[in-house]
Design a protein around this ligand. Structure first.
Ligand SMILES: CC(C)(COP(=O)(O)OP(=O)(O)OC[C@H]1O[C@@H](n2cnc3c(N)ncnc32)[C@H](O)[C@@H]1OP(=O)(O)O)[C@@H](O)C(=O)NCCC(=O)NCCS
Length: 195
């Protein structure tokens, strides 16, 4: 079962930490150019949640291990940008994020979804192809797009179910984290107070 869900505003730091874990090459593939830690921090600080959503897959410690960043463009279109931690790639998570992002977008009456990526990005090319996107090549920059089907009762139900599954997964993982804290041996001496 997929456990992707929408990040809450107060969870955006987890998205930042996920982006900071990307190596130099992946940062270039994600942003089209290398971004250092400071610029990634500034990028996340600058996220305007009126025009952006982040759907994420969490790991066992409730860290973000994969995400799709949905930016609302003019003219009822969205742009999608994907990142999956290197350790979790080629296991279908990118495809699951694509499916959820398309579902989210069509249910909000957006009519087109775009992805921009570098021509060398085989993984993204395959992911876009798998989703049925059409590809336009402009001087080494690829733009893939898909015309979204209209929302239906089924698509609303599918999204509600998927989002609930994401919360159930989150609650289960949170339970384990809390249990681990409760089970942890109590230190004999309290840590020294900070000066
Ligand atoms: C691109 C990316 C999101 C793919 O995520 P993923 O979880 O590995 O994707 P999936 O497992 O769903 O794979 C989707 C398809 O791409 C293929 N694929 C994924 N990575 C690949 C690679 N490096 N080389 C060749 N094919 C690749 C998979 O085999 C699969 O194809 P198939 O269904 O025909 O077998 C991930 O590699 C990533 O985060 N890259 C760095 C950031 C980036 O490039 N973002 C895209 C810019 S928007």
């Amino acid at each position: 079962m997929s456990s992707i869900r929408m990040l809450m505003p107060f969870e955006l730091h987890k998205y930042r930490d996920h982006l900071l874990c990307l190596g130099a090459d992946d940062r270039r593939l994600r942003f089209g150019a290398f971004l250092d830690d400071e610029r990634i921090q500034a990028f996340v600080d600058g996220i305007d949640l009126r025009r952006t959503r982040v759907l994420a897959q969490m790991g066992t410690d409730l860290e973000v291990i994969a995400a799709v960043h949905i930016s609302i463009l003019r003219g009822s279109a969205v742009e999608l940008a994907f990142t999956v931690d290197a350790a979790y790639r080629r296991a279908g998570i990118g495809t699951a994020l694509m499916t959820r992002a398309i579902l989210w977008s069509r249910n909000r009456r957006f009519t087109r979804a775009f992805v921009n990526y570098l021509a060398e990005n085989t993984g993204m090319r395959r992911l876009a192809g798998r989703a049925g996107m059409q590809v336009v090549n402009e001087a080494g920059e690829m733009e893939a797009f898909i015309t979204l089907p209209a929302a239906s009762l089924l698509s609303y139900a599918a999204e509600a179910l998927a989002e609930s599954a994401g919360f159930v997964d989150f609650a289960a993982k949170a339970g384990v984290v809390i249990q681990e804290c409760l089970d942890a041996p109590v230190p004999r001496a309290l840590p020294a107070r900070r000066a």
